[in-house]
Write a protein that binds this ligand. Sequence first.
Ligand SMILES: [Zn+2]
Length: 269
Amino acid sequence: MKQNLALYGLLLLMISSGLISCGNSFNVFSPDQDVAFGQSVRDEILANTFEYTVWNREDYPEPYHVLDSITQEILNTGSVKYKDRFPWELYIIENDEIPNAFCAPGGYIFVYTGLMKYVHTVDELAGVMAHEIAHADCRHSTSQLTKQYGISIILQLILGENGAFIGDLTNSLITLGYSRQNEKEADSYGVTYLCNSGFEADASKRFFQRLSEESGSFTMPTFLSTHPDDGSRVQNIEKQSLEMNCPRPSQTIEKDLRLIRLFLPDYSL
Ligand SMILES: [Zn+2]
């Protein structure tokens, strides 16, 4: 019992300390549990064909090829902590009304066709994907779960059997959003990833700018991905890119965006 109390105190201290940075915030879950959560989310999405039309790779090899290439370029920058530990699976969801992507814990990336339609350049697309990859790599979802569930349940998780509990938590995970701090970190790490890639590091700022100007005309998803604009995100992305002296690559793979769009329903070039 004394040991439990000591552990309780330690947990309380760590949770309240607020010493937060990507991947270092207190998280009671292991990276393998992030993957287990992500698999549950993926399985639910793939099984829910009423709500999600997921393109299969055999029918849409070209768009998958382009998005896989973007993902690999981001993962190969050397800045993604869980590059080799998370599976980084990618899926395209057909829904032209949702200009978004999300990444479930453990690196399960979902990109809506609406995002591919909405971006103006491949670099913008890479910017949004880098932001989502950062959410998974920083393990934001399970950090949020850790905060949300409080110490007693966390102790139960540590000290008891946790297999079934993981399943129960998946539903909570789906309804949890990210904190403003999470969004800031994902923006920042997104720029860091892209600064070491062939993409324009601050291209996502144009996406966020347009999104905040036009958000009234879209149905924005709340599922695992929110993009609240506190007015400083665009400036922060731009500032960091300048401070890091990120190169400004030319738009050499613009043709790939055209290639993706050839496969989008109801889109004319
Ligand atoms: Zn986000």
